[in-house]
Write a protein that binds this ligand. Structure first.
Ligand code: 5RP
Length: 227
């Protein structure tokens, strides 16, 4: 019986094996944030000469990448990337995700938006029938915290400020439990539209392209529309 951290290790290695054939010496690879991605970065380091540089979604990942000798390129210098690799807190069969458990959701969504394909790497505890058991992280501008919280309550949610946490962008995180997420893309658009919201942790308007899911029987691949 593999532990969750062993499954994360397996999916991290599987992700390196998955993206490696796509990499060329000119490639920029988008890199997410979290404990699964930390393992991915560690495994990627053995192949750092197979690609040019990474685009990073957090100070945490940047430090880890650079510490292993992988160049990190400013996103403003990058027009497009083929692949962005990141974990998730929940993912459904349509490859809609909830992200932001590590608080990096905004930069994750930005870097993912510059990539053609999103490879999601998770252990199978993250695969759900319907998103919503994991409280939805929402990054807010500090002065808008209470105004946004009231709007989230009006949607049936119970927002709780993540204590002692400031994002890489100087924002706060509201973790919202109790939401009924019937239509993830519609809810994502609705929350994104609230003044003061920087980013909502739903990744459904642009879901993952492919998910690698590690379980006791091995790592399986789920492909989204068009893949
Ligand atoms: C960080 C994220 C992470 O991808 C998500 O929280 C999963 O993390 P982990 O791999 O540690 O379980 O969205 O903002």
């Amino acid at each position: 019986m593999y532990t969750q951290s062993e499954l994360k290790q397996q999916v991290a290695q599987a992700a390196v094996d998955y993206v490696l054939p796509f990499l060329t010496p000119d490639s920029i690879l988008g890199v997410g944030t979290g404990s699964t991605v930390d393992l991915f970065i560690d495994a990627l380091a053995a192949h750092k000469h197979a690609f040019k540089a990474a685009a990073s979604s957090s100070e945490r990942s940047t430090a880890r990448l650079q510490g292993l000798g992988i160049e990190v390129q400013d996103l403003n210098t990058i027009e497009r990337m083929d692949w962005y690799v990141d974990g998730a807190d929940e993912i459904d069969a349509a490859l809609n995700m909830t992200k932001g458990g590590g608080g990096a959701l905004t930069r994750e969504k930005i870097v993912a938006s510059v990539s053609d394909k999103f490879l999601c790497i998770v252990d199978d505890s993250k695969l759900v029938e319907r998103l919503g058991a994991f409280p939805l992280p929402v990054e807010v501008i500090p002065m808008a915290k209470n105004a946004v919280a009231r709007q989230l309550r009006a949607l049936g949610g119970n927002p709780v400020e993540r204590t002692g946490f400031v994002t890489d962008n100087g924002g706060l995180i509201l973790d919202v439990s109790g939401l009924s997420i019937e239509d993830p893309a519609a809810l994502e658009a609705r929350i994104n539209n609230m003044p003061g919201v920087v980013c909502c942790g739903l990744f459904a308007i642009a879901p993952a392209s492919v998910a690698l899911i590690a379980g006791q029987q091995g790592v399986r691949t789920l492909s989204g529309n068009g893949f």
